[in-house]
Design a protein around this ligand. Structure first.
Ligand code: UDP
Ligand code: MG
Length: 314
């Protein structure tokens, strides 16, 4: 019997958990051909989340949990989930039921057809402001233009991953994690499933604009080092204006016997040296980008198949 682990990062979710359990339980009871494990990662909750999880576990042995020593954030909760999951496949789901568990059978169906990474894409986002939707759309446009890795649009962390994807992700131990970029980067056979994202069932969102800005910056720096190239690019117009102005003055001197003014010399020197400094910063940036990528210490590649056999990445 194949085992499927449902990973639920939970931070102060006491109000949502009973609803979540009910819906998950319904779904799991229908899929009798699988063995399920529901793995809660209690991310340093300050409310009764842990007590609730323990109570659920005492009644239902499919439930297990990891209790963090403090709040580490959802990204870290997710990798902990991968580390502790026992299933042949894992499914990430939010505790607040924004990701409807009723989609899970469809995710599993595509997994059985041989897809490794079945991700759910939102049709709509109920209960979110226009501003949040708009900024998120613009953000992904900018992000995609900066990187060669393909970014999946309107996709969160709600997805099913085959064991070999889990093993692959476990090899990516960087501390500043951006799962979205890792899912894209790791590759494998991906399949999209559409769904309607519901509003949060109870409790409050853990996000605010400050956290979202942090996430946006993390996202860009995780996907690409191209912002470091800004400096190199800026040096070009600076040098160009220096060159044009320089030639203009020299010609004036030769043709019109023009007497060069003090301020013009200063302006020229300024343009030249500023251009030089910006260029040098750009060069440092290029090396910094390479160091940054090396320090992630990622595997160089993942193998899908070897001589017709699926590679498990052990
Ligand atoms: N979460 C977590 N640690 C945190 C913040 C959030 O484990 O520091 C969990 C949270 O319990 C929920 C999921 O991550 O299961 C998504 O959080 P939330 O619903 O607040 O985010 P939103 O859906 O508003 O983006
Ligand atoms: Mg939510």
């Amino acid at each position: 019997m194949k085992k499927i682990t449902i990973i639920v990062p939970s931070y102060n979710e006491e109000e949502a958990l009973p609803h979540l359990y009910e819906r998950l339980n319904n779904m799991m009871n229908k899929l009798t051909q699988y063995e399920f494990e529901v793995l809660f990662i209690n991310d340093g909750s300050k409310d009764k989340t842990l007590e609730l999880i323990k109570e659920m576990r005492s009644k239902d042995r499919r439930i297990s949990y990891v209790n963090f020593s403090r709040n580490f954030g959802k990204e870290i909760a997710m990798i902990a989930g991968l580390d502790y999951a026992q299933g042949d496949a894992v499914i990430f789901i939010d505790a607040d039921l924004q990701d409807p568990p009723e989609i899970i059978p469809e995710l599993i169906k595509y997994w059985e057809e041989g897809y490794d990474d079945v991700y759910a894409r939102r049709n709509s986002r109920k209960g979110e402001t226009f501003l949040k939707k708009f900024t998120s759309k613009m953000y992904y446009k900018v992000l995609q233009s900066l990187t060669r890795v393909e970014i999946q649009k309107d996709t969160g962390d709600f997805r099913l991953l085959d064991r070999r994807c889990v093993n692959a992700l476990k090899k990516m131990r960087e501390t500043q994690r951006c799962s979205k970029s890792m899912f894209s980067w790791m590759g494998y056979n991906k399949k999209e499933v559409m769904y309607d994202r519901d509003p949060r069932i109870a409790g409050k969102t853990k996000w605010n604009y400050k956290k979202l800005i942090d996430l946006a910056i993390d996202g860009i720096t995780a996907f690409t080092t191209s912002p470091l190239r800004v400096s190199t690019l800026l040096s070009i117009p600076t040098f160009l204006s220096f060159a044009i102005y320089f030639i203009y003055i020299i010609l004036n001197v030769i043709i019109n016997n023009y007497k060069v003014q003090g301020y013009q010399v200063i302006l020229l020197l300024n343009l030249f040296f500023f251009g030089l400094i910006i260029l040098l910063i750009g060069i440092i940036g290029e090396y910094l980008g390479r160091i940054f990528n090396e320090t992630k210490n990622r595997p160089l590649y993942f193998v899908d198949e070897y001589n017709g056999e699926k590679e498990q990445n052990l």
